[in-house]
Design a protein. Structure first.
Length: 431
């Protein structure tokens, strides 16, 4: 084998070294990140160069040895002295090796510069983030102090400051909104009505519409224990949890008209006193809305035209006194409305034209009235499509009042336990 074989061996080894270094330079992905940019930047330059040279020498030795093993070991000339041509070939190989190691040094230096630059950039970003967080914390402190100010004007300014901070500080937006809601739960004096109105106005402005969510729609809203007067949440979108546990609603009108609930709606122990609560054309598209242990006193709960896409709507251990639950034309399809272990006194449950199927497959809707005590109360059970719904009256106690059904009620009405005092029928043509 001639000297050309040595040249091939040297060229192949150097090609492998350069390929490895280039792949490492462009960021060939490894199994795991061994070091951070800051740690790499702290390693001395000479150590990086030596390390790369050792790697290059090792790779060159392995690659050269492999090629020699595959191609066969070359034979050295027998004469004691090399010819001029052979000396030139050896010189070329030596220069090529020196050039290769010089390239390794250059790549090591460039790689070092790149890592230092990246480390500086990361440090700059971290520093900027720390400064932003520090600024946000200072703004939060100022807004909190304003909210807790002695004068109504300061508290109004605090509402604006906290709402503006929530808009800017996405990472802690929930905390800012929780602070505003917590302020509503504090004892009030005569000067706080405008502050309360401003907080609710800030909420409405940032909860979008019933067609499009706003920037605050994904947040959770815990209104537990609050007292609402003339509350207006109409045409808003809630994508997070909405909790009214222990809250009280008063005033002539409480509106959730055309409001979209895409998560939890919880009313546990909620009181509705002398108010018209309207969920007309509302959308329930999340977890089942729950009314547990609620009190409806001289109240009309209007569910007309609302759409229930959740599995069910649940009324459990509720008390209706001189109140109406009006669900006429409510769309529930495959869901169920359950009224269980509740007490109704001189009240009305109106489920006229409800539980209707909306497609050719005959979606089923269910209404359960179970374990309830009804005194002087009427139940309107006039479904839109008697062939595709089921209504269950199970183990209820009726004292006075009437249950209104179609003449063909037995095809869809299931009664177990004590029957109603008066089961009044009407023909479908008369409706």
């Amino acid at each position: 084998m001639g000297w050309i074989t040595w040249q091939h061996v040297a060229a192949g080894a150097l090609a492998v070294v350069w390929l490895l270094l280039l792949l490492r330079r462009i960021g060939l992905p490894s199994r795991r990140q061994r070091r951070t940019s800051s740690n790499d930047a702290q390693v001395p330059v000479w150590m990086s160069i030596v390390g790369w040279l050792l790697i290059a020498a090792l790779v060159a030795a392995v690659a050269g040895g492999g090629l020699l093993w595959l191609l066969g070991w070359p034979k050295l000339p027998k004469q004691a002295a090399f010819s001029t041509t052979e000396m030139l070939d050896l010189l070329k190989i030596g220069l090529a090796v020196v050039a290769g190691f010089g390239g390794v040094v250059a790549l090591a230096v460039n790689y070092r510069k790149q890592r230092v630059t990246e480390a500086a950039h990361v440090h700059s970003l971290n520093q900027e983030e720390r400064e932003r967080t520090k600024l946000f914390n200072e703004r939060f402190k100022v807004a909190t102090e304003l909210l807790n100010g002695d004068q109504a004007g300061l508290r109004i300014a605090g509402v604006a400051a906290m709402a503006g901070l929530a808009d800017d500080w996405e990472a802690q937006r929930q905390m800012c909104v929780d602070t505003l809601i917590d302020h509503l739960k504090l004892p009030k004096d005569d000067n706080d009505s405008e502050v309360t109105s401003k907080i609710f106005r800030a909420l409405r402005e940032r909860l979008g519409t019933h067609l499009r969510p706003g920037p605050w729609s994904p947040l959770n809203f815990d209104f537990s224990g609050l007292k609402f007067d003339e509350a207006d949440f109409s045409e808003r979108t809630f994508e997070g949890e909405v909790i009214f546990d222990g809250a009280e609603f008063t005033g002539d009108h409480t509106s959730f008209e055309r409001t979209a609930f895409h998560n939890v709606l919880s009313c546990h122990g909620t009181r509705f006193i002398k108010t018209n609560v309207s969920f007309r054309d509302a959308l329930f598209n999340g977890d089942p809305p729950e009314f547990v242990g609620c009190t409806f006193e001289r109240t009309r709960l209007d569910l007309r035209g609302s759409e229930l896409r959740s599995r069910r709507m649940y009324f459990y251990r509720c008390t209706f006194t001189l109140s109406d639950l009006d669900a006429e034309n409510m769309r529930v399809d495959t869901a169920a409305v359950r009224i269980e272990h509740s007490t109704l006194v001189d009240s009305t449950l109106n489920f006229t034209d409800v539980l209707g199927a909306t497609d050719e497959r005959g979606s089923l809707g269910y209404l359960f009235i179970e374990g309830c005590e009804l005194t002087g109360s009427d139940v309107m059970l006039l479904p839109l499509d008697p062939e595709h719904q089921f209504v269950w009256l199970r183990d209820n106690t009726f004292t006075g009042g009437s249950v209104y059904v179609y003449e063909d009620a037995p095809t869809w009405l299931k009664i177990r336990g004590e029957e109603p005092a008066r089961l009044l029928t009407t023909s479908t043509e008369s409706q």
